[in-house]
Design a protein around this ligand. Structure first.
Ligand SMILES: [Zn+2]
Length: 145
């Protein structure tokens, strides 16, 4: 992973409030990556990533919609970066595009939003049987030490 996409950078540890120029440069770099590598926000695909991250890599998925205090956007629509806290090394960040605004609000207002998303999609019957069967494991997997 290039340094720009390091865990610290993704978490905003490198955001420098006194240097708005740098934050803006980073935000634009993230937006270019999201435009190139991002996948559309679809409940099944996001659930798959969350479940893989919890069960296989034993990390905590975290969604970051803002950089330099501004919403990431691709083609005018919200984009987010999903990062993996405490997971195994090499668990890559994933960009999602076309994220509904109310979903972005959930990310900003909730903690452990991955848990909320899985439960919501399960209740809405939006997931495949295969994914539903793995939710329990995803919810209870120990975090990587
Ligand atoms: Zn992970």
């Amino acid at each position: 992973m290039p340094k720009l996409f390091s865990r610290d950078a993704a978490l905003g540890q490198n955001d420098e409030p006194g240097k708005p120029g740098m934050g803006q440069v980073m935000k634009e770099a993230y937006e270019r990556s999201a435009a190139t590598d991002g996948q559309p926000w679809k409940s099944r695909d996001v659930a798959q990533k969350i479940i893989d991250c919890r069960s296989n890599c034993r990390g905590i998925p975290l969604f970051r919609p803002k950089f330099a205090k501004e919403q990431l956007r691709v083609d005018g629509k919200p984009a987010v970066l999903m990062i993996c806290l405490k997971g195994k090394k090499g668990c890559p960040g994933t960009f999602f595009t076309d994220v509904p605004p109310e979903t972005v609000r959930d990310m900003e207002n909730r903690s452990g939003e991955w848990r909320y998303f899985l439960q919501k999609w399960d209740e809405e019957d939006a997931l495949t049987t295969d994914l539903r069967q793995r939710i329990g494991e995803a919810l209870t997997a120990e975090v990587n030490a």
